[in-house]
Unconditional design. Structure first.
Length: 175
């Protein structure tokens, strides 16, 4: 159903080119924290001496561990999953937010420059920062943790050029 909603929000002659989420590396820290929480909970479970109140104490430890997992793992996973960068034939669409959704659409014709940055780790993992300059009130948009950032930059640059040529052609064909 999400695909249909995305398709129906496109304008005439517009089609999706790329739909991306942030690179999976944003999930490394939450997953490591989740493993640490589970390990700590298991250690505490083993350390709790058996006795009349041990079952209640173990239940409290399990409940705290589950709550910590939800906060440290599920929220970042949801944030990652619900953040999308969509490149269409006419615009760059940004969507994010878990409870409150935010969206921003930048027409390709307003984009004046596209560049990328990659540190050593980013080069190894195949991600980076995409810097999009646009004519308008917000100027520069920096998108972090973009997978295959060089390909995305090249694709966006190509689409901006195609959109400019399309608009020039349409203006020449008007009476």
């Amino acid at each position: 159903m999400c695909g249909m909603a995305r398709e129906s929000s496109l304008i005439d002659d517009e089609h999706p080119v790329l739909v991306l989420h942030p690179h999976w590396k944003v999930l490394i820290r939450p997953v490591l924290l989740a493993v640490l929480v589970l390990a700590a909970a298991l250690v505490v479970e083993v350390v709790i001496p058996s006795g009349s109140g041990a079952a209640a104490e173990r239940l409290v430890v399990a409940a705290v561990a589950i709550l910590a997992l939800i906060l440290w793992l599920m929220i970042p996973v949801l944030r990652w999953r619900l953040t999308t960068y969509e490149l269409t034939s006419r615009r760059l669409r940004l969507r994010d937010g878990i409870v409150t959704r935010r969206g921003r659409d930048i027409p390709l014709i307003r984009i004046t420059d596209v560049s990328f940055e990659q540190g050593p780790l980013d080069r190894l993992l195949g991600c980076g920062r995409l810097v999009v300059e646009s004519a308008g009130e917000h100027g520069q948009i920096v998108l972090t943790e973009i997978p295959h950032v060089q390909q995305v930059q090249a694709t966006l640059f190509r689409l901006v050029g195609e959109e400019q040529r399309r608009l020039e052609r349409d203006q020449r064909n008007q009476p």
